[in-house]
Design a protein around this ligand. Structure first.
Ligand SMILES: O=C(CO)[C@@H](O)[C@H](O)COP(=O)(O)O
Ligand SMILES: [Fe+2]
Length: 233
């Protein structure tokens, strides 16, 4: 495994940000040390919640956000929105394989649009969806909660699944990120990293963790995450 594949990235989920001041929230969290912006798209069909779409992604780019935007599509069908998010400035687009009739085609659409591609696995979705498309994914995202809402508790069964995903990624010899999403907190991030994750989505933990002295900064919680990860390297 190369060092590059184990660089740890912190990806705050803006689902838990203050939507009334989203641009400023994204600026603040990036200035506080976050690496990438996790952008949850929910359609009230594939998941029982409704959030934000390509116009908001485009607005963040126009606002001046230059960090990678990691679009997590929880929508069905997926293909038309892939094109819209490519045009809106997404950097990474992941989708749930059950929500696409043609997984290979959806992955290819993302790559053809110049974005990094990935598959998302719900807690009960088997990793076998990777079997014939490993060469078409740049990211594997394991849900550690059932998708649809922030603020849920980490499902412990995810740890073994992360180890299995890490084995598959290492065996592929490709530089594929292993992201985890749901219930990641300061007190479990080290264990999650030890199981094989290198990219950590955290919504409520980050946005409820404003600095006590300055409510526009998140340095202290992001520093706490990194301190935990430093012990894992
Ligand atoms: O995709 C989702 C939920 O479906 C996530 O990205 C959540 O937004 C993570 O929130 P926390 O569990 O970290 O609060
Ligand atoms: Fe997400």
């Amino acid at each position: 495994m190369t060092d590059a594949t184990r660089d740890f990235l912190i990806a705050p989920s803006i689902l838990s940000a203050d939507f009334a001041r989203l641009g400023a929230e994204v600026d603040d969290v990036l200035a506080s040390g976050a690496d990438i912006v996790h952008f949850d798209v929910m359609d009230n069909h594939y998941v029982p919640n409704l959030t934000i779409g390509p116009m908001v992604c485009e607005a963040l780019r126009k606002h001046g956000v230059t960090a990678p935007i990691d679009v997590h599509l929880m929508v069905k069908p997926v293909d038309r929105l892939i094109g819209d998010f490519i045009d809106a400035g997404a950097s990474i687009i992941t989708f749930h394989p059950e929500a696409s009739d043609h997984v290979d085609r959806s992955l290819q659409l993302i790559r053809d649009g110049g974005c990094q591609s990935g598959l998302v696995f719900n807690p009960a979705t088997p990793l076998s969806y990777l079997d014939y498309v490993m060469d078409k994914v740049d990211m594997v995202l394991l849900m550690s909660v059932n998708p649809g809402f922030g603020g849920q508790s980490f499902l412990p069964g995810t740890l073994d699944k992360l180890s299995e995903a890490r084995r598959r990624i290492d065996a592929s010899g490709r530089n594929i990120r292993l992201e985890v999403d749901g219930g990641v907190k300061v007190d479990n991030i080290a264990e999650v990293a030890r199981a094989g994750a290198d990219t950590f989505v955290a919504g409520s933990a980050v946005f409820k963790g404003r600095n006590a002295a300055d409510p526009h900064r998140y340095d202290s919680v992001i520093r706490d995450f990194r301190a935990q990860l430093a012990g894992v390297r």
